[in-house]
Design a protein around this ligand. Structure first.
Ligand code: SF4
Ligand code: SF4
Length: 324
């Protein structure tokens, strides 16, 4: 049963699949997460604090869960946006992974339900599951000092997803492997956002500041976003991944939906600053970039465009006539 499930998921495009028993996560992992929350390193992502209780057991997501299947899908792009354009994180070059992975795994669990019976549920990022913990428990990767899970042969540019099932499947060996520990990610992070314990201080991280943060930046966040590197981020930051030796000389993804889209590869800040709400919705339909919302992406674009001496840029309130 296990190998047949693994084979079917790999055939759906995954690059790694592993299995673990669905049980309460270990006390030490819970303690690290609680400390991260109490240190406010989740910044404005309050849902992560709310999820702390739920993340403790996969049965909070699927009541009958007996097994967790952790799955990785590579999105490594093979080519980057031109250096003259501001950064868009590689994970957003292609179609929205939530939609793509769900589309790939939904027919897979329909087959499993027919063949093996029981309950099956696909989780792609939004469920309160400790995804990296389960990836390690299922033995599919090694833990990077930059907080990522690295899949041997595919690197860290991989989306994680899970299938929870009420079927009992023999677990794989958990992984306790770590990265090369070269320290390149910590040295290269321009904002000192990487903590010593492998967690991230989100309020300093350009991914958080340009994707998840709602509203204007304040205090230290503003200072970070007004640096040269902050002013070069349209959507996210990949520095701590691109410097990692585990991401060098690896095959680009074979998943066509994740291939870089021409319009995203050419997008510049001026084009974003020019978009109306309607144009934003149409342009980013099916793209993960809509996560930043219209106001967030416009804020990022204006931050890039507002350089000393450049006074031609409209403020959002001027652009939207006071609405948002
Ligand atoms: S994504 Fe960028 S800002 Fe965030 S931890 Fe990595 S290098 Fe630092
Ligand atoms: S850059 Fe070096 S320390 Fe950082 S995750 Fe990669 S191997 Fe580990």
């Amino acid at each position: 049963m296990k190998e047949s499930i693994r084979k079917t998921i790999l055939e759906a495009g995954a690059c790694a699949v592993g299995f673990a028993k669905a049980e309460e996560i270990e006390a030490q992992a819970i303690a690290v997460y609680h400390k991260w929350i109490s240190d406010r390193h989740h910044a404005g992502m309050d849902y992560l604090a709310r999820h702390a209780v739920l993340k403790v057991h996969p049965r909070n997501v699927l009541e009958s869960a007996a097994s967790v299947i952790s799955i990785a899908f590579s999105y490594s792009p093979g080519t980057l946006r031109p250096p003259a354009l501001p950064v868009i994180s590689c994970y957003a070059y292609g179609e929205d992974y939530h939609e793509v992975i769900r589309r790939k795994l939904t027919p897979v669990i329909t087959t499993f339900r027919e063949r093996f019976g029981g309950d099956w549920k696909v989780c792609v990022d939004t469920a309160p599951l400790a995804e990296r913990y389960w990836a390690m428990k299922c033995g599919i990767g090694r833990l990077g000092k930059n907080g990522s899970v690295i899949i041997d042969g595919y690197g860290s540019m991989c989306f994680l997803a899970e299938i929870l099932t009420s079927c009992s499947i023999t677990p794989d060996m958990p992984s306790e492997k770590v990265c090369d520990m070269c320290g390149a990610c910590v040295s290269a992070c321009p904002t000192n956002a990487l903590n010593n314990d492998g967690t991230i201080n989100s309020s300093r991280c350009l991914n958080y500041l340009t994707i998840e943060h709602r509203g204007e930046w304040t205090g230290e966040m503003t200072e970070t976003m007004h640096t040269e590197v902050g002013k070069n981020c349209l959507y996210g930051c990949d520095i701590c991944q691109t410097v990692c030796p585990h991401n060098h000389n690896i095959q680009p993804t074979g998943i066509t939906e994740f291939f870089p889209s021409e319009k995203i590869m050419k997008l510049d800040a001026a084009a974003v600053a020019d978009m109306t709400h309607e144009e934003f919705s149409a342009f980013f339909k099916g793209s993960a970039i809509k996560r930043a919302k219209y106001d967030g992406l416009l804020r990022n674009a204006l931050n890039i465009l507002r350089r000393p001496g450049n006074t031609d840029i409209l403020l959002p309130i001027e652009k939207t006539g006071g609405g948002t």
